[in-house]
Design a protein around this ligand. Structure first.
Ligand SMILES: Nc1ncnc2c1ncn2[C@@H]1O[C@H](COP(=O)(O)OP(=O)(O)OP(=O)(O)O)[C@@H](O)[C@H]1O
Length: 223
């Protein structure tokens, strides 16, 4: 569905090195790596937001609908939640259904700034889903949320993934434990410039345990 042939990206100094990988329908990838290594840079390149990365570096994106949950909600602050969803193509009914799906039924007339951080993130997730994405990109979706809110959002995303088996996901996280809940594949980005050091399929529970052990060694399990 997607083939990455990224030659690199630098901002005065090299950040990303070569990144070669493929993403298939139904892939649920957790992208881990040290802080500042280039995870968001890679996500932006995949999304096509980084115009310094040639379009030819991400083969197949043209045919895909991409939903991107940024670290900030990036909803239009002067539009209601309902209007934000309508703007990306949701019908009235779909907007209502999606807001209900993310636990925001009855909040359609609210402005984004009237919401808590967790609610705003769920509203932004609803907007991602409104584009009916083939590929869902999540940049640290649980960051800055209290453990209860983070757990609720994780369960919500896991449910959405279960109900849409063909949708692919790439989720940047600092917590390897998220992989056990959300992922069937793990990317680990590291080095200067950064490359994918691991691209492992999490086919069996035992394998997940093994990987979590490796992540624990790297202090990436969040516990
Ligand atoms: N627009 C930019 N201009 C200059 N430097 C940038 C820009 N965007 C990213 N960088 C640099 O690229 C490096 C990688 O940043 P990036 O945000 O991709 O890392 P990250 O792995 O997502 O970090 P974190 O886990 O802390 O969110 C950092 O050194 C950052 O300062």
């Amino acid at each position: 569905m997607l083939e990455l042939r990224i030659a690199g990206r630098d901002f005065g100094q090299p950040v990303l090195g070569e990144v070669f990988a493929t993403v298939s329908r139904g892939d649920r990838i957790c992208l881990l790596g040290p802080s500042g290594i280039g995870k968001t840079t890679l996500l932006n390149a995949i999304a096509g937001l980084d115009k310094s990365v040639p379009e030819s570096a991400v083969i197949g994106r043209e045919q895909l609908r991409v939903g991107y949950l940024f670290q900030e909600h990036r909803l239009l602050p002067w539009r209601t939640l309902h209007a934000n969803l309508r703007l990306v193509g949701a019908s009235d009914d779909e907007a209502g259904t999606l807001l209900g799906q993310v636990g925001l039924a009855g909040y359609g007339h609210y402005l984004p700034d009237q919401l808590s951080l967790g609610m705003a993130r769920r509203a932004a997730l609803a907007r991602c889903l409104a584009v009916k994405p083939d590929l869902l990109l999540l940049d640290e979706p649980f960051a800055s949320l209290d453990p209860i809110m983070a757990g609720e959002l994780k369960a919500l995303i896991a449910g959405i993934l279960n109900s849409q088996p063909d949708m692919a996901m790439i989720c940047v996280t600092h917590d390897g434990g998220d992989a056990a809940i959300l992922a069937n594949r793990l990317w680990y980005l590291d080095g200067k410039p950064a490359r994918l050091q691991w691209d492992d399929v999490l086919a069996e529970p035992g394998l997940v345990d093994g990987l979590l052990g490796r992540l624990r060694d790297l202090d990436l399990t969040g516990s």
